[in-house]
Design a protein around this ligand. Sequence first.
Ligand code: NZQ
Ligand code: ZN
Length: 389
Amino acid sequence: MESFEHYIPTKLYFGKGSISHLVESLNQYGKRVLLTYGGGSIKKIGLYDQVMDILNQGGFTVVECAGIEPNPRIETVARGAQLCKEHHIDVILSIGGGSTLDCSKAIAVGAYYEGDDYWQMVLESRGDKKALPMVDILTLAATGSEFDDGGVITNLALNKKIGRSFTFPQVSICDPSYTYSVSAYQTAAGSADIMSHIMEGYFSRTDDFDLSEAIEEGILKSVIKNLPIALKEPSNYTARANLMWNSSVACSGIPEYGKQSTGWPCHAMEHELSAYYDITHGVGLAILTPRWLEYILQKDPSITGRLARFARNVWHLEGQDEHQLALDGIHALQDFFTQQNIPMTLHEVGIDETNFAAMASSACANDRLKHAFVPLDQQDVINIFKMCL
Ligand code: NZQ
Ligand code: ZN
């Protein structure tokens, strides 16, 4: 068991109708609001109109930063930060999925950044810089951005996608009914992301922290149960609510408390795929994770017991042969993703071998993967990418 520190200052309102807390949440910080959102889904579901009515009645002045992209771009961070500076914004109201929230966190820091090289600001950000307060309304269960200080920003010109600590949201409004309209593709991708946030820590050398084990296995089983229901019945509140709370806890750090850190190898590899090919984060993770597990099991059979536990406790599989059981658990994971209609090869998402070497080199920068559950070098990463073709 490792020692740990716990600090999550975000006030979270969870459940149907939580938007009733919006005015009181914003009022603490001021009346000048930067409203950030993505490509328009919030208009289609009527949330934009509802929020604008609330803001107008509440006497807020609203400046909009619309069009935040999935895999949000550094140029959009710069645009948002400039708007904050020009309009003397008091508080950011961010409505959307992880991309909108992440971009808004970077904008919150950018609002106080004195230079104009916002990419440099992202590179330097460690969560310790002054930031505007941010309130968010979550519309997609996936990243956990509503309950952490992380943000992932993309610089397509440099083929870089970088995760950094920026700032915690002051308030997150999490109403699962806003996720009824999320497409089957994004629902499945988001759920694969939730599962990955757990699996990145679950496959660790520390296995003596009972609560971590229980949270991790509990979240995995909950996603396995609720994702197929949400896909079949998009407006099933219970399924959507379970996925949403799973999302918030999975990436909060709580499931990994007390465990040796692993470097999150699938995220390191996936961010390279997104940086070069702008693919959906959760889909990249679903493609990578079973291949990574298969690869490291072969490379280091000492992890067999851990994988056999995954098969038994998460997938309810049985058997005497530990190695076979370990493999069966990996196959169960892959089959599950396939059954949810997630593309399961790199070819299907338009990726070939062209950039494998460059992506592997970048994934291994800073020796990050040397401390993974099973340490990986560049050749290992290339081998795993090849298994995903
Ligand atoms: O842009 P709009 O029109 O809103 O449409 C979005 C987008 O096209 C749509 N969507 C969102 N809510 C919807 C909806 N469509 C219909 N109804 C709704 N209620 O879904 C599409 C994807 O949205 P996006 O925000 O990109 O998805 P997600 O939440 O999966 O975020 C992915 C980003 O988060 C980063 C990823 O790397 C990626 O850039 N991550 C952030 C993390 C964090 N902050 O801690 C950790 C993660 O590991 C991850 O790396
Ligand atoms: Zn993720």
